[in-house]
Design a protein around this ligand. Structure first.
Ligand SMILES: [Zn+2]
Length: 304
């Protein structure tokens, strides 16, 4: 039997917000069994569960909200928690967004590793896909299928010389989240970033926290971290958005040209179609997609 996991102890960091450009304080706390992931606006004293019914906006990033409070850009931190198999945590931020850090989830992976991960007493629960669920919108489509373990396949297809028809598949039972996905940064096009900033958005966005492309090439001095970094970032985002189902998913995701909005529609369609999934305790080590991530992170397998 696989057990639920949380952090060993609380840990904090600070960074700037992508939208506001202002400094934000972030604290991750351990939480008891079956707590799930809950965000807290420490400046307002309002808790917002990381679940799809609390999603209020999916433009540019994923935002959750409740009782007039909201938190944006939750997906990279959720991706790190999902990728490392953390089931229960309370996350405090003192602003309406999670700090963007370097635009990837690697700084959050590092933070979680520094806190350490420990096993709890109750069995880990997962949401197993039983029947295919799909959402489409023109040439955008994404779906979840029954499968052992957890896999994400994504096709990126922009009208850009570096981003045409790029497909990557990650099987998380074989490939480690930390190594294969977590370092991939968010990306944007120079003309879009300039127009967003003129409208007072993405004020914290820079070459420090995004891959920026002009019409032909990557503008960042160091180039890309992976040859297909932008596709891998889409996979990173997907992992975070799917975690809003409230539990880790056992199944396979396939996406083409999709983003946060389609991911949210897919999770909503999935949860509404109760014949398409079942919640069960995870019994088989082979289906624990975080095992390889934990080994790569240098954590003791004995805590499992
Ligand atoms: Zn992202």
């Amino acid at each position: 039997m696989i057990l639920q996991r949380t952090l060993n102890h609380s840990i904090r960091c600070s960074g700037i917000g992508l939208h506001s450009g202002k400094k934000i304080s972030l604290i991750l706390h351990p939480a008891k069994e079956n707590h799930g992931i809950i965000f807290r606006r420490s400046d307002l004293g309002i808790d917002i569960p990381a679940r799809s019914e609390f999603v209020t906006d999916t433009r540019l990033c994923t935002t959750i909200g409740k009782d007039g409070a909201s938190i944006s850009t939750i997906e990279h931190l959720l991706s790190a928690l999902s990728g490392l198999g953390v089931d229960n945590a309370l996350i405090e931020v003192d602003a309406p967004e999670v700090p963007v850090m370097d635009g990837s989830s690697a700084p959050f992976v590092f933070l979680i590793q520094c806190a350490g991960i420990r096993s709890q007493k109750r069995a880990k629960k997962v949401l197993r896909i039983l029947n295919k669920v799909e959402v489409t919108d023109g040439d955008k489509r994404c779906s979840l299928h029954p499968a052992t373990g957890f896999k994400i396949s994504y096709l990126l297809d922009y009208d850009h010389p570096l981003l045409r028809q790029r497909q990557v598949t990650i099987d998380f039972s074989q490939q480690a989240y930390t190594r294969e996905v977590s370092r991939a940064r968010t990306f944007g096009f120079l003309h879009e970033i300039e127009s967003l900033q003129k409208s007072g958005l993405a004020l914290g966005g820079s070459l420090e926290n995004a891959v920026v492309l002009d019409q032909f090439r990557v503008l960042n001095d160091g180039g890309l971290r992976y040859d297909d970094e932008c596709v891998r970032h889409k996979i990173l985002d997907t992992l975070g958005d799917l975690f809003l189902a409230g539990l880790p998913i056992v199944g396979a995701f396939e996406g083409e040209r999709t983003g946060h909005e389609m991911n949210h529609r897919l999770v909503t369609a999935l949860l509404a179609n109760k014949a398409s999934w079942v919640i069960e305790e995870l019994l088989d080590d082979q289906e624990d997609h975080t095992a390889s991530a934990i080994e790569t992170a240098g954590l003791s397998p004995t805590f499992r």
